[in-house]
Design a protein around this ligand. Structure first.
Ligand code: FRU
Length: 472
């Protein structure tokens, strides 16, 4: 660790020690920063039987300053232990941020790949000029200390058709070769994913791009190539989708394409499906558990969105992760559901038919099953409405001022031929809604003064659970 990293470590520990950790909107079973700002999940993995989640972290600035990698560990993906920061922007090649990346676990070691972001001083547009995107590797033997950083690729190693926007390496192994995918913006302002190949994890050769036939957004961030059941999937967080169907959606999107044909050879991408239809979801990352499940965690936040505010800013922190989701496949369709480890934390409170009214519980799950004729309406905290009407499922707030429970959020919806079941997972300041066994999901932050849930679903079975979280 160099002297700059030592100082940054001391300062991080100081601000973390000074943080109150008791303010009213702190979540119970969602990973969030001790203080300051959190964005993308990074380096999610299971290492020596323990879950590790790194994250984009600005401990000194809740509005998001220069990025470090924060670090948490967990035995069960529900209770997270803060491990302090793992990687600091302490080198000339990452001095404007240790940006996103992933971890490859092999031979009892963690290989952490990330983008070292550098913005040069001067009159640059930072798209075509003025930005260095360095692909960096550091290795950990114990998941606690991180070895010397090594720059593997610089701007000159990327194909000539891309701008300076190349980032978020994701590395995996297939056969005896290693693959790396990175998000990029081309000189024609087209979003794309670049593929690199290596036989030793350090020397990489560009081997082609994976993109859509027609332009689809101007920048793809945090791409991932996943195999889920019999489906091959390319996930990407896309910037620059405007107009038409994107008009009443988030400023940026996170979704996936099904990959047809031979990947990485001759492959084609299907249409794009959103991972989440709510207000707060971006830059998800996935990993496989030792028992073979595919788990995905997203950032429950949205960049560049001045319409919303997060009321936790008043308490000097901002954003959290989604609750980890198991991704499975049914009839060729992807499903997302809260990880099964949550069962250990659920206490049954009541089971009713048709109508539910509960007050004063801040952390709960409520499952509505066997919904009849798609009839469903729920209101949380008197403000957040979840309802099915005219072939659409909607999530909306009754008051959309920034001071309201919504923090300025308004309405999101998706078309759904029918509604059979709804699972609502509510933590102190977040709500995640899973429809039809996880076919569609809506996530949002909310900021209630008082907690209450009302459900009307004539004839349906409604089960309410308290989620009792044990703090480590
Ligand atoms: C996505 C992203 C990544 C980048 C990181 C910086 O939210 O913009 O592309 O690596 O955040 O914090």
């Amino acid at each position: 660790m160099n002297v700059l990293a030592k100082d940054l470590k001391k300062q991080t520990e100081l601000v973390e020690r000074m943080a109150s950790r008791t303010d009213r909107f702190r979540q119970c079973f969602h990973l969030m920063p001790v203080t300051g700002w959190l964005n993308d999940p990074n380096g999610l993995c299971m290492f020596q039987g323990v879950f590790h989640a790194f994250f984009q972290y600005s401990p000194f600035d809740a509005q998001g300053g220069v990025k470090l990698w924060g670090h948490c560990t967990s035995e069960n993906m529900v209770d997270w232990k803060q491990e302090g920061a793992a990687l600091y922007p302490d080198s000339p090649f990452d001095c404007h941020g240790v940006y996103s990346g992933n971890v490859l676990v092999e031979d009892g070691r963690m290989y952490l790949y990330y983008t070292g972001n550098v913005k040069l001083d001067g009159d640059y547009d930072y798209i075509h000029t003025g930005r260095e995107s360095n692909t960096v590797l550091t290795i950990s033997e114990d998941g606690k200390t991180f070895g010397p950083k090594k720059v593997l690729m610089q701007n000159c190693d990327y194909p000539e058709f891309v701008t300076c926007h190349v980032r978020d390496p994701r590395v995996w192994k297939e056969g005896d070769r290693y693959y790396m995918i990175q998000g990029a913006r081309t000189k024609e302002d087209q979003g794309t994913a670049l593929l690199f190949v290596s036989s030793d994890k350090e020397n990489w050769t560009y081997s082609g791009q994976i993109t859509t036939r027609e332009k689809f957004g101007c920048m793809w961030e945090c791409p991932e190539y996943l195999k889920i059941g019999r489906r091959k999937v390319l996930s990407a967080s896309v910037q620059g989708l405007t107009g038409g169907e994107w008009k009443n959606r988030n400023v940026y999107q996170s979704g996936y394409f099904f990959v047809e044909g031979d990947f990485p050879g001759d492959c084609q991408l299907s249409e794009y499906y959103l991972w989440d239809y709510g207000f707060d979801f971006y830059a998800p990352q996935s990993f496989r558990t030792e028992d073979g499940r595919m788990i995905q965690i997203g950032w429950m936040g949205m960049p560049d969105c001045p319409q919303h505010i997060n009321k936790t800013l008043a308490d000097n922190w901002q954003h959290c992760f989604t609750f980890p989701r198991e991704i499975t496949q049914r009839d060729g369709m992807l499903l997302q559901n809260p990880v099964r480890e949550l069962r250990e934390k659920k206490e049954p409170v009541c089971m009713v038919t048709g109508n539910l009214h509960k007050e004063g519980i801040r952390t709960f799950e409520v499952d509505t099953e066997h919904i009849m004729a798609s009839a469903f309406r729920a209101v949380l905290a008197g403000e957040l409405v979840l309802e099915y009407r005219d072939g659409f499922f909607r999530m909306y707030f009754l008051h959309t001022e920034k001071e309201a429970v919504s923090g300025g959020r308004d309405m999101r919806c998706t078309k759904l031929p029918e509604l059979t079941d709804v699972k609502i997972l509510a933590d102190v300041s977040s709500v995640e809604v899973f429809l039809n066994g996880g076919e569609a999901v809506f996530s949002t932050r909310y900021y209630p003064d008082t907690y209450c849930v009302e459900i009307q679903a004539p004839g349906a079975d409604i089960q309410f659970w308290n989620i009792c979280h044990i703090k480590l």
